[in-house]
Design a protein around this ligand. Structure first.
Ligand SMILES: Cc1cc2nc3c(=O)[nH]c(=O)nc-3n(C[C@H](O)[C@H](O)[C@H](O)COP(=O)(O)OP(=O)(O)OC[C@H]3O[C@@H](n4cnc5c(N)ncnc54)[C@H](O)[C@@H]3O)c2cc1C
Length: 522
């Protein structure tokens, strides 16, 4: 049981690292606690037979656009990787019965915006034109180790191509709050809400500094490139990576929780499993595990400098997520427009005021009165995920407290998630019902995962935090997860971290796993 590298955790980042190292001739084993690989990317029959639900991630645009995918596109396709484009990407519904959608057809998107504001329609087009020039520089920064000569090179190229004013605009975008950025560019509240909701996929309430970038990238990225989901389920990426790993001679050990990382002479030497087996690592142990579970958990306290350990323990989770999976007799009937049945995502977050409110309530420990909802309709794009004529709904409830101190509406008495889960899910369904009357009659079965359930399934989701650590500026870029350790190494020699808690953060972009493996393989 001796390997060049042992990867703890078969999340997509751990698998990306393992695939790249094994392709470069390293002998690699991936050791996964659960019976199935994928971490937050899994597809399972969670409700009824034949209904295939994405347990966590559904939108695979980040993976499709990643450097890892670009490098292994053919090999992954040979292993069965399949994407399906969602031409109607995302839409918002509003309290007055209106809606606004973004799809790959620019004219259609702009026509919707123009009905609300001619100024904003022109601003959208101007931003899209600007995005085509700016995006390569932003992706250059997001796709480089942080910090690195490549980051410096990306900034230098931006300076050469966009000029000083262009670079200042870029940096200003990166530090702006969603509200400041959107107010500066758009006059209509619905257009602002349409974009701002993307901040709530992460943990950027309208007034959080550094929160403008994600709404900008997602809105313009969906407009320019569209969205993709997995053919048959998001686990297509996991199955393909596992297939490629094995084809390269790598191994995947399932049902094998790592209990401890072995340390000798200040360096990681391997891992011990809960069942007593020991695996030796000649060159690297890579933990695709939340840093606070590594230091003080898998690595006993005192093996790293105290200052480092206390910074790791202070690494803040973002707020929690609930997932509601529904098996439906037919898709929801959105009262705003039948056209909404075609969209991959329907956002129910009608204005910036409610987004600020839900964040403040959840941060105070309160069950929000009206949470932000991301309603995914995968079977609108991929009917193969449900029996003929049937559908599924993927409802992500953002943002919720990990520990409940009370209910904003005073109606749910339980202070623990096992007690509050189903009642809160009912609140969510009532909200959707308000925009899509008759939904409840269509429900054949439901399965709800509270923030606590999410953490039980994947311990990296501390408190149900779907982004594995707040992305606020003090925990992003060179500060992720700890200043001085944003390039995946740790104070313990040969022990490296990757995953959503490390740069460039959450999502299915496989960035940390691939960048770390590329650095090691050099
Ligand atoms: C509900 C939800 C919805 C999301 N939606 C989207 C989306 O639509 N699009 C998108 O791009 N992103 C989405 N995300 C975010 C994205 O899925 C995650 O950021 C990403 O998948 C994290 O990948 P990872 O490689 O860091 O590790 P993880 O997926 O967290 O995997 C880590 C693995 O390590 C294993 N592990 C941990 N400790 C041990 C141990 N001691 N021994 C062995 N194994 C261990 C875990 O069991 C797990 O399998 C979503 C996340 C969630 C939770």
């Amino acid at each position: 049981m001796a390997y060049d590298a042992i990867v703890i955790g078969a999340g997509h980042n751990g698998l990306a690292a393992a695939v790249h190292l094994s392709a470069r001739g390293w002998k690699v084993a991936v050791v996964e606690a659960r019976a199935e690989p994928g971490g937050a990317v899994k597809t399972q029959e969670l409700t009824l037979p034949g209904f295939k639900h994405d347990w966590g991630a559904m939108n695979l645009s980040m993976f499709a656009g990643s450097a890892f995918h670009a490098r292994y596109k053919k090999e992954l396709a040979d292993q069965g990787l399949g994407f399906l484009p969602a031409p109607h990407c995302f839409a918002s519904v509003f309290r007055d019965g209106g809606h606004l959608g973004v799809g790959v057809n620019v004219e259609q998107t702009v026509a919707g915006i123009r009905k609300l504001s001619g100024h904003d329609a022109d601003a959208w087009l101007g931003m899209l034109a600007d995005f085509k020039e700016t995006a390569p520089h932003i992706f250059g920064i997001l796709g480089a180790p942080m910090p690195s000569w490549r980051t410096a090179g990306a900034l230098w190229r931006a300076w050469r191509q966009l000029g000083r004013a262009g670079v200042y605009r870029l940096v200003r975008l990166m530090v702006s709050s969603p509200r400041d950025f959107l107010t500066a560019n758009f006059e209509n509240d619905k257009v602002r809400a349409l974009m701002a909701t993307w901040g709530m996929h992460v943990d950027f309430a309208p007034d959080a500094a550094g929160g403008a970038l994600f709404p900008y990238l997602e809105s313009m990225g969906n407009q320019a490139f569209g969205m993709v989901i997995g053919q048959g389920g998001a686990n297509t990426i996991i199955n393909a990576m596992v297939g490629l790993l094995k084809a390269n001679g790598g191994e995947l050990l399932l049902d094998s929780p790592v209990k401890a990382i072995g340390i000798g002479n200040g360096a990681a030497t391997g891992v011990s499993l809960a069942d007593g087996r020991t695996l030796t690592a000649r060159r690297a142990v890579i933990a695709n595990v939340h840093p606070a579970l590594v230091f003080g958990g898998l690595v006993p306290a005192g093996k790293a400098p105290r200052a480092f350990e206390s910074k790791v323990q202070a690494f803040r989770p973002g707020l929690g997520t609930m997932m509601i999976h529904l098996a439906l007799s037919s898709l929801p009937d959105w009262s705003a427009s039948a056209e909404l049945g075609q969209y991959a995502y329907i956002h129910i977050a009608p204005d910036l005021a409610m987004m600020s409110r839900v964040y403040a309530e959840a941060a105070d420990g309160l069950l929000p009165a009206e949470p932000v909802l991301i309603v995914g309709q995968p079977t609108a794009i991929d009917p193969s995920r449900a029996p003929d004529g049937r559908h599924i709904l993927w409802v992500q409830v953002r943002l919720l407290p990990a520990q409940i101190s009370g209910d904003t509406l005073g109606r749910i008495g339980a202070k623990d998630w096992d007690g509050a889960r189903e009642a809160y899910a009912d609140r969510v369904l009532d909200i959707i019902e308000g925009y899509a009357p008759g939904l409840r009659q269509k429900i054949l079965a439901r399965r709800v995962f509270s923030p606590l359930d999410l953490e039980r399934e994947d311990p990296n989701l501390v408190g149900g935090d779907s982004i594995s650590g707040s992305h606020h500026l003090d925990q992003n870029f060179i500060f992720r997860p700890v200043a001085g350790y944003s390039r995946y190494r740790t104070p313990v020699k040969s022990l490296y971290l990757c995953g959503a808690s490390t740069w460039p953060g959450a999502g299915t972009g496989a960035g940390s796993g691939f960048m770390l493996a590329s650095m090691l393989a050099k």
